[in-house]
Design a protein around this ligand. Structure first.
Ligand code: PLP
Length: 383
């Protein structure tokens, strides 16, 4: 095969002409003497469309998923000594959102097959100080929502989902945005859709909770009634009018873009099926948002590490991979923070095994063949 670069981040085709036109339309309108850059009606239109797409009563758009998680933790009124349970195999902010409010982060182990937080492992870590559980829909595969619902009903502990990877994820045929107390989505540039590089949304079926999120994102203002009021300490966590407009055009085609990701990931599943040394991700299919394709090296079967394999893919075949994730507690910032460091053996092993392959909606099918060929060649050479 012809050795050629396949970088992990090659996002060509992130925007299409309709996205550009949406942005320009909003900017052009604002050049008129009576034009406005005030976010309405795009903000409302985008939020309504996103809520509908994710099956939630409300969506409140804000400037990132991390901000959404922060706001949810603020609204729970966490106090020092309170505990929040999450997975260690995630991006830092699934945990630091709780630390930032003074809570202690409790890490529970993941399920080996799905790499999602294991509800039974969570149960074992619940104490009378547990104030929230933050499961992450890893790579775009829904967590065991029914099991988390049951935990929440039994204990009264709210579930806040980190849905950064999960735009369009389904569970038993239905969108997931109304499950738990809230779900926090990301529209950062690497995600399945983007509002010009940064952005996010909190969805919820709890209309009062969604209204509290809205207040936090816009300085605590409440409009309507005889006069404007400021009813809580809030912040400016808003997106711009142009971002809402681009969000609308991205959302209009998200199902097509996700289908393109899915098609490529299912092709990769076929291409790698015979490689005994790999553990392929489960669940890629119509319910999966196909955000990431996270393969694992079965380190029980081989005498080399996933890091060596990733290095070989990069150095010999010019193929970039990514690592989802270093365990959250391994980052130096966590040395200063309160957290539970009891073992999570499945997550610890998984973190040593994972490698995300470069598969995006526009990845040429020849590149999939090339990646699979290089993977087999690299494994054979290291064997
Ligand atoms: C699992 C997870 N949660 C949260 C985030 C944060 O999203 P944002 O960059 O929109 O704050 C990310 C971003 O990479 C993520 O992967």
């Amino acid at each position: 095969m012809d050795i050629h670069p396949v970088p992990f981040i090659s996002l060509g085709g992130l925007f299409e002409q309709d996205d550009v036109e949406a942005a320009v339309r909003v900017m052009n309108a604002a050049t008129e003497p009576d034009g406005s850059f005030f976010p309405l009606p795009e903000e409302t239109d985008f939020q309504d469309a996103f809520a509908e797409h994710e099956g939630a009563a409300r969506a409140i758009a804000l400037n990132s998923c991390g901000t959404g998680l922060d706001v949810c933790m603020m609204l729970l009124g966490l106090e020092p000594g309170d505990e929040v349970i999450t997975t260690p195999l995630t991006f830092v902010c699934s945990a630091t959102c709780a630390s930032a409010q003074g809570a202690k982060v409790i890490f529970a182990d993941i399920d080996h097959a799905t790499m999602n937080l294991d509800p039974e492992a969570v149960r074992a870590k619940i104490t009378d100080r547990t104030r929230a559980i933050i499961p992450v829909h890893f790579a775009g595969l829904a967590c065991d929502l029914d099991a988390f619902d049951a935990i929440s009903e039994e204990t009264g502990i709210p579930i806040i989902y980190d849905a950064a990877h999960a735009v369009g994820t389904l569970y038993h045929g239905k969108p997931i945005g109304g499950r738990g107390l809230a779900s926090c989505y990301s529209f950062q540039s690497l995600k399945n859709m983007t509002t010009l590089g940064e952005g996010g949304a909190v969805t919820s079926d709890d209309i009062e909770f969604a209204e509290q999120v809205r207040r936090k994102k816009t300085f605590g203002y409440v409009y309507g009634g005889p006069s404007v009021r400021v009813v809580t300490v809030g912040f400016n966590y808003r997106m711009t009018k142009v971002q809402y407009a681009v969000g609308l055009s991205q959302l209009a085609k998200i199902d097509r873009v996700t289908a393109a990701r899915r098609e490529r990931m299912l092709r990769m599943e076929q291409l790698l099926a015979e490689v005994d040394e790999l553990i392929l991700p489960v669940g890629h299919g119509p319910e999966h948002a196909s955000h990431l394709y996270v393969a694992r090296l079965d380190t029980d079967k081989v005498g080399f590490s996933a890091a060596e394999l990733r290095d070989r893919l990069k150095d010999t075949y010019l193929i970039g991979t990514s690592h989802h994730y270093c365990l959250v507690w391994s980052w130096e910032a966590f040395r200063e923070l309160a957290y539970d460091n009891s073992a999570c053996p499945v997550a610890e092993k998984t973190s040593e095994q994972v490698m995300s392959l470069p598969i995006f909606p526009h990845t040429p099918f020849e590149d999939l063949d090339y990646i699979a060929w290089a993977m087999k060649d690299a494994v054979a050479a290291l064997r």
